[in-house]
Design a protein around this ligand. Structure first.
Ligand code: HEM
Length: 270
């Protein structure tokens, strides 16, 4: 069977330079225009050496099916909530101390003494719930629009793993303030994990970093929360988006395919 390879889409007309008109002054005039020109030159320099603009155009200038609506933005919204979590998490990590004797105090310090600390902590805390809500809404959209069917099954499976990783992010992050509530809630959570068949006890030992909930458990949760899981989520998200760009998105289920007769008429008249 011949391999069907879609060509890289052409440069859209909006991005093409307009033809020059006589009597008009061309080139950058104001400092802002000079700055824009400098940025374009830098991008051009990189592109000449990497040819990345073709890949960027392949990713961003795609045809979308008729009937695409606001529900299709839920995946991107989930991605932006993850990015917000990553950025606010980096700032929190500058002050947070993953030690059983100092963790609570470091969070208190972030909230009371660090400039905008309470705001960034609040964004991270509420943002985590936001991401969980958005990922479920996005999953609902793909389910009800039948986007899990051939040829997108693999993207659904990757999505399921992303969902599990996101829930594990929430679980491991919950312990980090190390107050009474987070401590006891995490013990309950780890014990529930331990009741799972076969792997359950191993999983809870891994999470506790040993048979008991102790000082090393907090470092274990912290490492999983801020290194292991974000890395895995970012990598899978990249693959998820690659498949979205490669396969295209599904049309809404109520969208009827145009009959070949109508298509032919459209082609003749245009
Ligand atoms: C970190 C979490 C996730 C991110 C950032 C993400 C991102 C995206 C984006 C941007 C799209 C394309 C536009 C759209 O439909 O919104 C998409 C499509 C898709 N996602 Fe996700 N997603 C995530 C989790 C999930 C989950 C949990 C599932 C299901 C279990 C899933 C299944 C799918 C499927 C099947 C498509 C193809 C949709 C179609 O063809 O119409 N995704 N995802």
């Amino acid at each position: 069977m011949a391999k069907l390879k879609l060509p890289v889409p052409p440069i859209p007309p909006q991005l093409k330079p307009l033809p020059k008109r006589p009597g008009k002054v061309y080139g950058p005039q104001t400092p802002l225009e000079h700055a824009g020109e400098a940025a374009a030159t830098a991008v051009g320099w990189i592109d000449e050496r990497t040819s990345l603009s073709g890949a960027a155009r392949w990713m961003m200038f795609r045809k979308v099916p008729k009937g695409t609506n606001w529900f299709y933005t839920l995946g991107s919204a989930t991605m932006f909530s993850f990015l917000s979590q990553a950025v606010t998490g980096i700032f929190l990590a500058m002050y947070y101390v993953p030690s059983s004797t100092r963790a609570y105090e470091s969070i208190r310090y972030i909230n009371n003494d660090v400039f905008l600390g309470e705001f960034v902590h609040g964004m991270h805390k509420w943002g985590s719930s936001m991401m969980v809500i958005l990922i479920f809404l996005h999953m609902g959209r793909t389910f009800f629009f039948g986007a899990y069917k051939y040829p997108r099954e693999l993207n659904w499976v990757i999505g399921v793993v992303l969902l599990i990783l996101t829930m594990t992010m929430s679980f491991t992050g919950y312990l980090l303030p190390f107050d009474q509530r987070s401590y006891w809630a995490s013990i309950v959570g780890v014990n529930i994990n331990g009741t799972g068949p076969l792997v359950g006890p191993y999983l809870s030992d891994f999470l506790r970093a040993g048979p008991n909930f102790g000082a090393t458990t907090l470092s274990r949760f912290y490492a999983i929360h801020m290194l292991l899981l974000p890395g895995a989520i970012a990598a899978l998200m990249g693959f998820h988006l690659y498949l979205v760009a490669k396969l295209g998105t599904t049309a809404p289920p109520w969208q009827r395919a145009t009959s070949s007769e109508e298509l032919r008429e459209e082609q003749v008249s245009s």
